[in-house]
Design a protein around this ligand. Structure first.
Ligand code: UDX
Length: 418
């Protein structure tokens, strides 16, 4: 928003985070974001505070960007941060203020919040404007989105949001105006479709493996059909992160409450296929080591849920690493950016920042997050003297010939074994 020219105040309840941001640093890894942050703080358009009162009284538009994680022990979303932040904001809202929800919420939440606000801040209004950015591409996706979707109940709200997004609308970004439930559903429908696409190709990978076919060639071949498209067809360890897994589960839970459970029954299968990839990778690893992990040296390449991110929330890579560690393996994990976060979640694994060192004693290497630098590895230079030496490429990105030529067995998900 600051980059688009607005005066922006970021509010967080965590003083440490506010201090880091205010000093021009980003408390997580996101390519391109430090530059944007720096530029806009220096230009005086962006600052950060823990004082909601001070920030809110100065503003016309209030974006709610808090998390909606999965409830512990249930599929549904935990909405406490959304309700809590709007409750805290209400007493400070000016007449005509617009509260714009960006968080991913169960359909019906915006209407509930509007009811609540009508009691506590009747001069303010709610709108819903789902966020579609991908981690690793946050800056580009924000400044060049595929589309903008706004759920509104008044002309006033639509006009304000048209003003906010005018620079993007002028560039031709589609601007869709909907009611509340449609805007809320667009987000979960989009993420469900993406998750389904990944699980579809992973189901095909299972069949390829059974039939001796090659999933990478199959994906390329079907991807040329523009109705299918070639994106999000990378078979492998499956999806993780802070969005896709919890969003499809919360969507199923909400559909159940609405009496539409059957409509989303297929998402249960999408989730199962996805989790099966993790279990399958662990069993391939076990088979490579002749049925026992006890005391065996396993190196895991990648801890983040995807490359270009240090996010380890529901990371498939870490789940596999932890399973092997729990079964007695000596697991060493490497990741270019996510080691500190990974160590907070699984403190008992061994983490090494130097990839050469991490690979030195490996009997089995698992390629679990496809950071580009792993493709640059020269397997002939790995000093491990173990015999035999095994590689499992759970992201189907490494070169089988190269690794086999260097004396490694190469196994991938959904590809022929030799
Ligand atoms: C996702 C949506 O893409 C984004 O629009 C939404 O706003 C938030 O959720 P993100 O979680 O950042 O974004 O990651 P994404 O790039 O979608 O990848 C999700 C997971 O799917 C990753 O674990 C990735 O490794 C996996 N994936 C992706 C595959 O396994 N195969 C693919 O072909 C694509």
């Amino acid at each position: 928003m600051a980059e688009l020219g607005f005066e922006v105040i970021g509010v967080d309840i965590d003083p440490a985070k506010v201090e880091i941001l205010q000093s021009g640093r980003v408390p997580f890894y996101e390519p391109g974001l430090p530059e944007v942050l720096h530029r806009n703080i220096a230009a005086g358009r962006l600052r950060f505070t823990t004082s909601l009162a001070e920030a809110a009284t100065a503003a016309d538009i209030h974006f709610i960007c808090v998390g909606t994680p999965q409830q512990s022990g249930a599929n549904a979303a935990d909405l406490s941060q959304v309700f809590g932040s709007i409750q805290a904001l209400a007493p400070h809202l000016r007449t005509g203020a617009l509260v714009v929800g960006k968080s991913t919420v169960p359909v019906g939440t915006a209407a509930l919040l509007a009811e609540q606000l009508a009691l506590t801040a009747p001069a303010a209004e709610v709108a819903w404007n789902p966020e579609f950015l991908r981690e690793g591409f946050a800056v580009t996706d924000t400044l060049h989105p595929d589309r903008l979707v706004v759920g509104v109940r008044s002309q006033h709200a639509e006009e304000l949001l048209r003003q906010v997004y005018a620079p993007l609308i002028d560039q031709g970004v589609p601007f869709l105006v909907t009611d509340f439930p449609t805007a809320e559903l667009v987000k979960v429908a989009a993420n469900s479709f993406l998750a389904t696409k990944i699980s579809f190709i992973n189901a095909m990978a299972e069949v390829c493996e059974a039939a001796g076919a090659d999933i990478t060639q199959l994906a390329e071949a079907i991807g040329y059909d523009p109705r299918i498209g070639n994106q999000f067809l990378a078979a492998g360890l499956g999806f993780g992160g802070g969005c896709l897994p919890k969003d499809i589960r919360a969507f199923m839970a909400r559909a159940g409450e609405l009496g539409a459970e059957e409509a989303l029954a297929f998402l249960r299968e999408v989730d199962q296929i996805n989790l099966r990839q993790r279990a399958h990778t662990v069993s391939l690893a076990l088979a490579a080591l002749d049925g026992s992990f006890a005391g065996r040296n396993v190196t895991v390449l990648g801890a983040a849920f995807k490359p270009d991110s240090d996010d380890v929330r529901d990371s498939p890579a870490l789940a596999v690493a932890a399973a092997i560690h729990n079964a007695g393996g000596n697991v060493v994990v490497h990741d270019p950016k996510a080691l500190a976060n990974a160590a907070r979640v699984y403190p008992t694994l061994t983490y090494l920042e130097d990839v050469t060192e991490a690979l030195a004693g490996a009997e089995l290497v698992l390629h679990l997050t496809e950071w580009p630098e792993y493709r640059e590895l020269d397997p002939a230079k790995i000093t491990s003297t173990a015999k035999p030496r095994h590689l499992i490429d759970a992201r189907n990105r490494l070169d089988p010939q190269l690794w086999r030529a260097a004396g490694w067995t190469y196994r991938a998900l959904g590809r022929p074994t030799a």
